[in-house]
Design a protein around this ligand. Structure first.
Ligand SMILES: C[S@@+](CC[C@H](N)C(=O)[O-])C[C@H]1O[C@@H](n2cnc3c(N)ncnc32)[C@H](O)[C@@H]1O
Length: 451
């Protein structure tokens, strides 16, 4: 129990750090884990779940707390607000004794110099415990507000997804983001087989389940650190969602091909492509900054693909030396990331409507430069990890109208459970809640052969 108290104090500091310094939650959490090296797996899990849970359910928690507090959460001091959110999250979503959630919050308030507000914290949380079976429900007649509060998403985002996918799908999408996400991996087929990898991981005590779409994909659990797993250190697998794996699965990559990945960090698709080249051919893997290219280099060091060349290059700048030279162009462009909100809790709070428009425009600017690298008869895979149609459906229309490239069917590359949707038209939108993966958009274009 003493340890748990420490975990709550750590979580409180992290949540304040996120709010005050506008730090990304996974960075703030990662820094604390790195600094403290909590020994017990259960402590780490408790701390992480509390920080992530409070962050992802912030809007809902404030709605509930506002019902039981005389002072609205917006007006509370940051420390008290975070303490109340933490208490409410434990009471409503965690397997923790209610009395412990309340008393630990009160004791933390006192320890941090807010003794005179400890009665207020106690009162709000104890009322919540009493009313827990009788919680307020947002007004169902107002779709946007209802979805926004229930699934903790800003109203503009609730409105956007309802407009683009309908209310029922929007609810499924946002509900799925609140579920635990499994860690998905891709077998590096040039280094091992899926069967051997599965066996090796199980022998190391890792729980392994088959993927839903690709024969070389697995989800893994019951592990401490990836770095402790020999198969990972030896580059036998990469962490990659199946949706992202599908982006390379739909490309025809043949041994000897020249593949260019224009926005590559940390290298998920680069190394998948390299794996398919089986040592013959080359992947030129580019990203904008040194920090990003170093991330690709780190993965290269671990996975040892000699035929991957990493370069710092701004995709907006035309590289004349590459014109009409590339067999397969991977254009996995910067996007709003609305498809991976379940993994990255901050996206929904940090993204804005204006940024959506700016990102779609940036994608077009990059596309207007990079399509020219595709050789006649070559292909371009355009993908994003977003659900926003302005960056997806509208951009593929733009590519067809503004370049000689045209969409080609991807149906034959798709697994049975993704066939008969839009694959024959050359694209697929993967939808969380309906599909068992991140929200992702994939499309395939071909440049006509020279006459
Ligand atoms: C969606 S991520 C790429 C993910 C990667 N393809 C993978 O599978 O691991 C988009 C990347 O585009 C990069 N980027 C943004 N603007 C860029 C530019 N002007 N030139 C090159 N890369 C850029 C970002 O740094 C980011 O790493």
């Amino acid at each position: 129990m003493e340890k748990r108290t420490d975990m709550r104090a750590e979580a409180l500091d992290t949540l304040i750090d996120i709010e005050r310094n506008k730090k990304l939650s996974h960075i703030a959490i990662g820094e604390t884990l790195m600094r403290n090296q909590f020994e017990k797996k259960a402590d780490r899990a408790f701390y992480t779940r509390l920080c992530e849970g409070v962050t992802e359910r912030k809007i809902y928690l404030d709605y509930i707390l506002d019902h039981y507090s005389k002072t609205p959460m917006k007006k509370c001091k940051p420390l008290i607000r975070s303490l109340l959110r933490m208490g409410a999250y434990q009471i409503l979503f965690m397997d923790v004794r209610d009395a412990a959630a309340c008393s630990e919050a009160v004791s933390l308030a006192k320890k941090r110099g807010f003794g005179r507000l400890s009665g207020f914290v106690n009162g709000v949380l104890r009322t919540l415990v009493r009313e827990k079976e009788n919680l307020p429900v947002p007004d169902k007649k107002d779709d946007v507000k209802y979805v926004s509060i229930t699934y903790s998403v800003p109203e503009w985002l609730s409105k956007l997804i309802i407009e683009q996918y309908g209310k029922e799908s929007a609810e499924k999408i946002f509900a799925s983001f609140l579920e635990a996400r499994p860690l998905t991996i891709r077998t590096n087929l040039s280094k091992t087989t899926p069967e051997e990898l599965e066996k090796e991981l199980e022998e190391a005590g890792v729980k392994v389940e088959k993927g839903n779409y690709l024969p070389y994909a697995f989800t893994i659990s019951n592990l401490n650190y990836l770095g402790k797993i020999a198969a990972f250190r030896q580059g036998k697998f990469a962490v990659q969602d199946e949706s992202s794996q599908l982006a390379v699965a739909i490309a025809d990559i043949n041994e000897g091909d020249f593949v260019l990945d224009v926005c590559a960090a940390p290298g998920g698709k680069t190394f998948h492509a390299a794996d398919r080249l089986k040592g013959a051919g080359k992947v030129l893997s580019r990203d904008l900054t040194e920090y990003k290219t170093e991330l690709i280099e780190e993965n290269k060091d671990r996975m040892h693909y000699e035929n991957v060349e990493v370069q710092q290059w701004d995709a907006l700048e035309e590289d004349e030396s590459l014109l009409e030279s590339v067999d397969v162009l991977l254009a996995d462009l910067p996007c709003s990331g609305l498809g991976i909100m379940g993994r990255k809790n901050d996206i929904k709070y940090q993204m804005t409507e204006e940024q959506l428009g700016e990102l779609a425009a940036l994608q077009r600017q990059i596309l207007s430069v990079v399509w020219k690298y595709v050789k006649p008869g070559g292909q371009m895979i355009f993908s994003t990890c977003t659900l926003n149609k302005g960056e997806n459906a509208e951009n593929i229309k733009w590519i067809e109208e503004n370049t000689p490239l045209h969409l080609v069917s991807i149906e034959e590359y798709l697994p049975q459970n993704l066939k008969n949707r839009t694959g024959s038209q050359g694209y697929l939108q993967l939808i969380p809640g309906e599909d068992t993966c991140d929200g992702f958009f994939i499309s395939k274009f071909k440049r006509p052969e020279a006459k």
